[in-house]
Ligand binder design. Structure first.
Ligand code: SF4
Length: 458
């Protein structure tokens, strides 16, 4: 625990012959609610009625930003949506998404999950040729690049933009008549395509989303993931797919499986909960310890704890509960108070733990402060021994691809050996899964592992 989520994107396309035209924005709303775990700072939806693009975005959670009357305004058949956690650019409404650009030839809106590594030179190039910017976000650079060559047609404009931008990006793009999904050539951030349920026997249209749980939330059906380097255009003629020449191999962010994604999502054919379960099994084989119970840190540690329990034969108990209602509205003023927020967020169930030797499984250790508080919570609840196990390897390097990580000298594993970290967090023993063990548990090696080994896809 400790890395920050990135963003979530979605897109809805409803065919022309359906009765209600307000359902695109309300479906985008439900999809965003189910992607809320990916970003809680701002939320927005843009809808097209075929002529005009209408936008609403504000700082806050999806449920606080949108009200019943908004959907009367946001009428149209095609919509895109975004939830944001700021990685590039500041936490301001100007940087909230989707971003909308209207120009001589039309309008485009863009929702982006990821981060460009060449944002600065591209922005400088655009400014030198007369572009002005309203935000400090890399998303506006992508939007301006597409708009600049829009007269060549939207598909060519996107192809051209993809030749220039480097980094991670899963995009949902809205024009007056099309919904477009794009995934970067390494497929670093996830994006999937689903079918919406039929309405009175007529096809219901399509949905694009960062995670398949958003497709489930509108009773849709997952069709497939967008391939690395693929552009998918959905309009009245159906679905059209093209790709840029992909020279690099697929390298999806491994943290999608470890921590970011919801356990009920399936990403690139791998069910997230199953991946966590297998990581827990691998962890038990690599670092077994005699104990009475296994507990998982909610939410993402639970799958791994169940896997650890199965492989070790040590019973799984709930042990820790999470308060789901904290949100990000309260920003504690001092570092110490921020660290103590763990006591508000997590608590232990003494009847599960009193007098027991406890194995606790968390998804990661970043600064170490949360882990230290967690050990305190378990000991306060009466745990006799606390054996800390981590279902990802030590995080030693910062991420430049859309995940908010502290600088290298704040990453505890970058500065200290495992036994020193164990002492620092106050556990009896500490072990991390090996990089090999984690990759084997995922069933292949098509992942970015930059924060563990310093080797990034771009
Ligand atoms: S560096 Fe780490 S967090 Fe960033 S994309 Fe790669 S695996 Fe994910």
């Amino acid at each position: 625990m400790g890395l920050k989520d990135e963003c979530g994107v979605c897109g809805i396309f409803r065919p022309e012959n359906l009765e209600s035209d307000s359902t695109a924005s309300s479906m985008a709303y439900f999809a965003l609610v189910s992607l809320q775990h990916r970003g809680q700072e701002s939320a927005g939806i843009v809808v097209s009625d075929g002529q005009t693009l209408k936008l609403k975005k504000e700082m806050g959670l999806v449920g606080d930003v949108f009200h019943k009357e908004d959907f009367e305004e946001l009428k149209g058949r095609i919509a895109i949506g975004h939830v944001r956690y700021a990685t590039a650019g500041g936490r301001t409404i100007e940087n909230a998404q989707p971003m909308l650009n209207s120009f001589k030839l039309g309008s485009i809106a863009l929702a982006h999950n990821g981060q460009l590594v060449n944002y600065e030179p591209l922005r400088e190039m655009l400014e030198d040729s007369g572009s002005t910017f309203n935000s400090t976000s890399d998303t506006e650079v992508i939007l301006k690049l597409i708009a600049r060559s829009y007269k060549k047609g939207i598909e060519n404009a996107i192809h051209g933009t993809m030749q220039l931008i480097k980094g991670s990006y899963a995009l949902c793009i809205l024009t007056q008549d099309s919904l477009i999904g794009v995934r970067d050539p390494n497929g670093i951030r996830p994006l999937c395509l689903g079918k919406l349920p039929e309405v009175d026997g007529k096809p219901g249209g399509y949905i694009l989303a960062s995670e398949s749980c958003a497709i489930d939330s509108v009773n849709g059906e997952l069709i497939r993931d967008i391939k690395p380097g693929e552009i998918i255009i959905i309009n009245k003629d159906g679905i059209h797919s093209s790709s840029i020449d992909v020279k690099n191999r697929k390298q999806t962010c491994v943290f999608e499986y470890v921590y970011f994604s919801r356990p009920d999502s399936v990403i690139d054919g791998i069910p997230v909960q199953e991946a966590r379960y297998r990581m827990g099994q691998a962890l038990a084989l690599e670092s077994f310890v005699e104990a009475d119970v296994v507990v998982g840190v909610p939410d993402s540690g639970i799958g791994a704890a169940m896997g650890y329990s199965k492989a070790s034969g040590i019973p799984y108990v709930t042990g820790i509960v999470k308060n789901k209602y904290i949100g990000r509205t309260f920003i504690a003023p001092t570092q110490k108070e921020r660290e103590n927020m763990v006591f508000v967020k997590l608590n232990a169930i003494s009847s599960d733990l009193r007098g027991k030797k406890v194995v606790v499984i968390d998804d990661s250790i970043v600064r170490g402060t949360t882990s230290r508080r967690l050990v305190q919570i378990l000991r306060r609840a009466g745990a006799k021994e606390v054996h800390f196990r981590v279902s990802s390897p030590p995080v030693k390097f910062p991420c430049h691809l859309g995940i908010d990580t502290p600088s290298k000298n704040e990453l505890i594993s970058s500065m200290h050996e495992v036994d020193e970290i164990c002492k620092e967090i106050g556990a009896d023993t500490l072990a991390f899964i090996s990089l090999d063990g984690m990759i084997k548990a995922l069933g292949g090696d098509s992942f970015c592992k930059g924060c563990f080994n310093g080797e990034y896809p771009v």
